[in-house]
Design a protein around this ligand. Structure first.
Ligand code: NAP
Length: 262
């Protein structure tokens, strides 16, 4: 990249949930811009397939299997990544899951599954890599939140709780770690077409609702997330920490109400 302000070249980056969807697009976007990228995700087949697909496209990306619900796996993934790179400059917490149910039907297992992955897993990963970044007195962490951080959607309460919690975590870590040269920010995607949401957005009623209510009138793509992640990992955002950037086609800008206008 010619503009050094936005350069992420030579950065060593660890991306959780990098095997599919948004994490995969960010991994590719970073690797194409000269970053050294490692991804991790829960399913070994998924990691292997993604690493191989990148390799066949000429991109060398390292892959680790890691279930972020399991603290011991977080420890060993972080250790492997640190051993592999020597220093990790950026951590991007993308791994996330959801189950859609009415609040009164959410089981304890649903709650734990979602919170342990989306929030506890991200916190333990921040803590583990954060200790390493503190030693090096520098680092950038990007947490992937959601439109649910701004306003909870009906039927996904544990997910919304996890993303509200993630925003609190982002701000709290920013407060504590700025003195160590570590910046912590969040990227909050809007409605993005991925494996996580494919079924939802195959419903014509949902498609119509999005066209009518999202100011930009379309679903986002995983590639739409890359620019903001690059910005948050680069010097271009050097005086920014504890912030959430919504990348949502304008969905969080306001309400679209049916007021009759000429
Ligand atoms: P996705 O396509 O379903 O991909 C999910 C990723 O998370 C996969 O790489 C998956 O790995 C990984 N993962 C799941 N459970 C894990 C675990 N226990 N440990 C480690 N990795 C795990 O989802 P996506 O739509 O790209 O979503 C990615 C993030 O963006 C999530 O945090 C989600 O909440 C957030 N987000 C998405 C949208 C949207 O509209 N899509 C909107 C707002 C926010 P495997 O391949 O190994 O299963």
């Amino acid at each position: 990249m010619s503009d050094q302000l936005f350069s992420i070249a030579q950065q060593n980056v660890l991306i959780t949930g990098g095997s599919r969807g948004i994490g995969r697009a960010i991994a590719q976007g970073f690797a194409e811009r000269g970053a050294n990228v490692a991804i991790c995700s829960v399913n070994p087949e998924s990691v292997k397939a993604t690493v191989e697909q990148f390799a066949s496209a000429g991109l060398t990306i390292h892959g680790f299997t890691c279930d972020v619900q399991k603290p011991t796996e977080i420890q060993s993934c972080a250790q492997h990544a640190i051993e592999h790179f020597g220093q990790i400059h950026s951590l991007i917490n993308v791994a996330g899951v959801n189950r859609r149910k009415r609040a009164e039907q959410v089981s304890e297992d649903d709650y734990d599954f979602i919170l342990d992955t989306n929030l506890k897993g991200a916190f333990l990963m921040c803590q583990t890599i954060g200790r390493h970044m503190i030693e090096h007195k520098s680092g950038t962490i990007i947490n992937v939140e959601s439109l649910n951080t701004w306003m909870p959607l009906k039927g996904v309460l544990p997910y919304a709780i996890s993303k509200f919690g993630m925003q609190g975590m982002t701000r709290g870590l920013a407060m504590e770690w700025a003195r160590h040269g570590i910046r912590v920010n969040s990227l909050a995607p809007g409605f993005i077409l991925t494996d996580l949401t494919e079924k939802l957005w195959s419903d014509p009623v949902m498609q119509e609702w999005n066209s009518a209510n999202c100011p930009m009138g379309r679903l986002g793509t995983p590639d739409d997330m890359v620019g903001t992640a690059v910005f948050l990992a680069s010097k271009a955002s050097a005086f920014m920490t504890g912030q959430t950037l919504y990348v949502d086609g304008g969905c969080s800008s306001g309400w679209n109400w049916p007021i009759p206008l000429q």
